[in-house]
Design a protein around this ligand. Structure first.
Ligand code: FMN
Length: 176
């Protein structure tokens, strides 16, 4: 699939997934797209845990307690490491976000659906509990969770503001 088609097709999916599996080969291809994302100083401090073990999937879904987790055929836990990489600066959130976007596009390109779960991970110690389940070392954190599978229901990208309302040539707010 062409890159721009994948950008068009990507959307946040919060419905149920079908029973269609996500083969490991596809998971590896998807995560490879994340690995190839840029990172500050090329420090590559984001790592990924691909989860396809049914028991772990169920345990994570119980912790998350929200759709589409219960029917996800696989999940990708994106793990950030807040270590400084340039002077005293950490870019772990930015690095993780760049990797996640590549992953979202790869998921869309392969015909799967997902949603970027972040906020709910930061409440009720969900990130810590999932990190413990997955053996994430101390100091690193599950920053984004991506439940994925084949969408059982239709969905589409949410409406975006008109181009002219967000993008300008040469001067902020310029219409010419
Ligand atoms: C940084 C970030 C955090 C997000 N966190 C969540 C989340 O915790 N739960 C959720 O359902 N969607 C989350 N989303 C998805 C957004 O709600 C979604 O991208 C937005 O509503 C636009 O819809 P679209 O993805 O279909 O274009 C997050 C997206 C981003 C970029």
């Amino acid at each position: 699939m062409d890159l721009f088609e994948a950008i068009d097709r990507r959307y946040s999916y919060r419905g149920a997934f079908t029973d269609a599996p996500v083969p490991r080969q596809d998971l590896q291809k998807i995560v490879q797209a994340g690995i190839q994302a840029p990172s500050a100083c090329n420090a590559q401090v984001t790592s990924f845990v691909m989860v396809d073990d049914p028991t772990l999937l169920r345990q994570i879904a119980e912790i998350m307690n929200r759709t589409p987790c219960p029917t996800a055929k696989a999940m990708i836990a994106c793990v950030a490491d807040p270590q400084p990489v340039y002077h005293a600066l950490s870019f772990s959130a930015e690095d993780c976000a760049a990797a996640v976007e590549n992953i979202l596009l790869a998921i869309a390109a392969l015909g799967y659906a997902t949603v970027w779960i972040d906020g709910a991970l930061r409440t009720k110690e969900r990130a810590e509990r999932i990190g413990e389940l997955l053996g994430v070392p101390a100091g690193k954190k599950v920053r984004v969770l991506l439940p994925l599978g084949v969408a059982a229901e239709p969905g589409q990208q949410r409406e975006k503001l008109p181009f002219a309302q967000r993008a300008y040539f040469n001067h902020y707010g310029s219409t010419g």
